[in-house]
Ligand binder design. Structure first.
Ligand code: SAH
Length: 237
């Protein structure tokens, strides 16, 4: 059944403009049609009471459990091309709470303020659609951009990990650093990797632990998907 993220006003469901258009003109909704809406992190079975004006009311709440118990934050260095789109979509499906777009020394991509606000709009749309598709109850927040030298404290988690390619195949594996009941941040570097100074700063200034993602060097987008899959699997065990 079609599902939308919406706002709730008493027993009424208020859809955003894009979703009103989708419901009326793409789904060609009629009076009496049913749909599902997520509002305030709850899922509701709803009914189209009328289409002109559009009135959607709540029938009942559907008990559901599709969120991870612990919050995961992905710090993802600005990567080229469509890679950020891909990672925002996959990270959403894999249950992240937040994606922080990170500026590092070796990032080739630069967003100026104007292109950043356009890009954030696009990333938020991708996150919303991926949340709907994966039946989540929340849309991850996309934060951007943050300089690796200046990470606001509130973006950090109980456990903060940096995937460092120079640790590849060494003992500090990601698996050994995940603890149930604790929020986790995982940081993935750009195509050119992290500099030694950056990783030193992360460990000394913010208390990050360096972790390996295995013996092979993964592309940045693969590294993000791999890390989030492993963390999710361990937290849901
Ligand atoms: N150009 C670099 C690799 C960068 S890979 C080199 O050749 O060494 C991009 C990012 O993915 C890295 O910064 C790291 O965060 C992550 N990554 C990829 N493979 C990894 C591995 N095996 N262990 C830890 N991190 C890894």
């Amino acid at each position: 059944m079609q599902r939308y993220f919406a706002n709730k006003n008493g027993q009424n469901i208020i859809l955003g403009d894009g979703d009103v258009h989708h419901l009326l003109h793409v789904m060609r909704a009629k009076k009496g049609d049913e749909l599902e809406a997520v509002a305030d992190n709850k899922l509701y079975a709803c009914l189209v009471e009328s289409v002109n004006p559009l009135v959607v009311t709540i029938n009942y709440e559907i008990p559901t459990d599709s969120e991870l118990d612990e919050k995961i934050t992905l710090f993802f260095a600005l990567a080229k091309g469509e890679k950020i789109d891909f990672v925002v979509q996959k990270a959403t499906e894999l249950g992240v709470s937040k994606v922080v777009l990170l500026k590092t020394e070796r990032c080739v991509v630069k967003f100026d303020d104007k292109s950043l606000s356009h890009k954030l709009e696009r990333f938020n749309k991708i996150a919303k659609e991926a949340s709907e598709q994966s039946h989540r109850l929340q849309i991850p927040e996309i934060v951007g951009t943050v300089d690796i030298k200046n990470i606001p404290q509130e973006l950090l988690s109980d456990i903060n990990l940096v995937a460092y390619e120079k640790e590849a195949g060494k003992t500090a594996s990601l698996i050994d650093n995940i603890v149930k009941g604790k929020s986790t941040s995982i940081m993935i570097g750009p195509e050119g990797g992290f500099s030694e100074e950056e990783v030193n700063l992360l460990t000394s200034k913010y208390g990050f632990n360096r972790v390996s993602l295995g013996k092979r060097i993964l592309r940045t987008e693969t590294a993000a998907v791999y890390a989030l899959s492993v963390i999710g699997a361990l937290l849901e065990k």
